[in-house]
Write a new protein. Sequence first.
Length: 119
Amino acid sequence: MQVTIEPGKPVTKRLVLAVAHQVFDPIGFTAPVTLIPKLILRETRDLKLKWNEILPDDLIRKFKSSYRQLNALSEIKLPRWLNISPTGVSLSLHVFYDASQRAYAACVYLIVRSNEVIS
């Protein structure tokens, strides 16, 4: 998936919103990258910018940096099938979470231990 904007288009609150929501990620794997445009949107709200107003230079720099990272998301491949057998396997689920004033996040790991002997 490639996130696109027209070259030379001014960076406005409307453009940041459009780019932030081009990434479909209901599970949140891309949150470390997609969070930045959402935080920029929050800053535009705090600055009381209108939808078609050009963002301040510091927010434009942040946006352009995050935009380059968004396009790198097309390289991510996540398999959906774990291919584990229900017999002879021990499963362990680990959950980590954290929060700050600006965002919160959670991460879940599944650890699979097999009783098979590898020779």
